[in-house]
Every structure is written in C-alpha cells, then in structure tokens.
Write a protein of this length. Structure first.
Length: 224
C-alpha cells in the first residue's frame, strides 16, 4: 500500500495497484484477465491478500501482492533441477496452462485426476519424486498437497479468497478458476523462472504466448 501523506500515490480502485508501480505485465492486462477477482467467500488465511470487497460481494485480491509472490516463487523454482519440479492441475481450465508451463521450464506435469500414492508410495511403479510441487488449487489438488506435505516436499499454490493454507508453503494469490487468469499466471511464472535461471534475457519474451497457455473452449462451451 502507498505511504500516508500528501504525496500518497494514486491507487487503482479495482485492485490496489498504483498507476506508477511497475508490474511484470501491464496493470490493465492483469485486470482484464480477472486475476484479481476472488469469490464471495474469504478465509482468514487469505485476508492478508484481499484489497477490498465489491458491492456484489466478490472479494478482490491485491494484484501487487500477486506480482510480488510470482517473483518470489520464480526465484525459489530457479534453484531446482527442472525435471524435479512437478505441477498438478485437477481443474479443467488449469490443464493447458500447466502443460505449457512444464513445457517451457522443463517441469513434470500431473494433469487430471491425481492417483493416490503418486508421490508417497515407494512401491508405486510410476511414482514421481519431485523436489517441489506447484498446485493450481489446493482444494481441487488436495490429495497432491497432502502427499507432498507428508513427505516434506514444499508446495507452491495458486490460491483464491476461499482457500486455506493447510500443507501450503508459498501462496500466489490469484483467481485460480478463470481461464485467462490461469493462463497469465502460469505464463508469468514460466517467464520469470526462465529469467531467474538466466535462460531468458530480461528484455526478451518466451516463444510461447499467453494465448498458447490458455485452455481452449469447445464450440459447445462457446455456444452454451
């Protein structure tokens, strides 16, 4: 938040962002994707990331804090061997963003239903042994969070206003249900991780675009 006083910066009314602050993507791009739109529920855990509540009852996240946490998460991820990073996505709209994220940084995707024992059962033949796990929603990906936590694997989670932090080590506050929001968050996290590794210059972009990360809508969904 801005400092108190007569020179206090002007904050965007929608999501707590000063027009003068430099974010990883332009403020308008983030807001138009709805990354700041939460739910009509809030948990005590998520209160620290909530900027305000709209008249329609939706809680609004502070996108500056989202930006800050993406930077922190990328620095953390850059410390690990790419193949030892796993990303789970049970929700449909997170499937494509997670696939592209893993493709971009060399991580291991866990798409769709999480098979019990995938992380924790040493006798399971297809067991995955990551050093860090990213989940798209700690509620939808609860089994993955539980197993990672039980064996001491740090968990980074995309959390909306209705999520709890049980088993989560690092939170990225965001709309974790929106198609465009998920695409932007995973695209930013991939780009920032590559930059932290020194594999992508600060003034260059990835070959993959935000549109590449976005879940495709079927014709039936568009018409419905």
């Amino acid at each position: 938040m801005a400092d108190e006083g007569e020179n206090k910066e002007k904050f965007d009314e929608e999501a707590g962002v000063s027009v003068e602050e430099e974010l990883l993507l332009p403020r308008d791009t983030l807001l138009s994707a709805g990354i700041h739109i939460g739910t009509r529920m809030k948990t005590r855990d998520m209160e620290q990331f909530i900027y305000r509540v709209r008249p329609d009852g939706l809680f609004v996240l502070d996108v500056k804090k989202t930006d800050e946490r993406i930077r922190v998460a990328a620095k953390f991820l850059a410390r690990f061997e790419p193949s030892r990073i796993a990303a789970a996505a049970a929700r449909l709209y997170a499937h494509e963003p997670v696939k592209k994220f893993c493709e971009a940084i060399g991580a291991t995707p866990i798409i769709g239903r999480f098979i019990p024992g995938l992380l924790s059962n040493p006798l399971y033949p297809n067991r995955i042994e990551p050093n860090v796990l990213i989940v798209s929603d700690p509620r939808a990906d609860a089994q993955a969070v539980k197993e990672a936590s039980s064996i001491g694997i740090p968990v980074i989670a995309l959390c909306s206003t209705d999520n709890d932090f049980a088993g989560v080590d690092l939170v990225i506050p965001t709309n974790n249900k929106g198609r465009r929001a998920l695409a932007i968050i995973y695209w930013l996290l991939a780009r920032q991780t590559l930059r932290e590794r020194g594999e992508l210059p600060q003034d260059k972009e990835m070959p993959l675009t935000i549109e590449d990360f976005e879940a495709k809508i079927s014709k039936e969904e568009e018409e419905g």
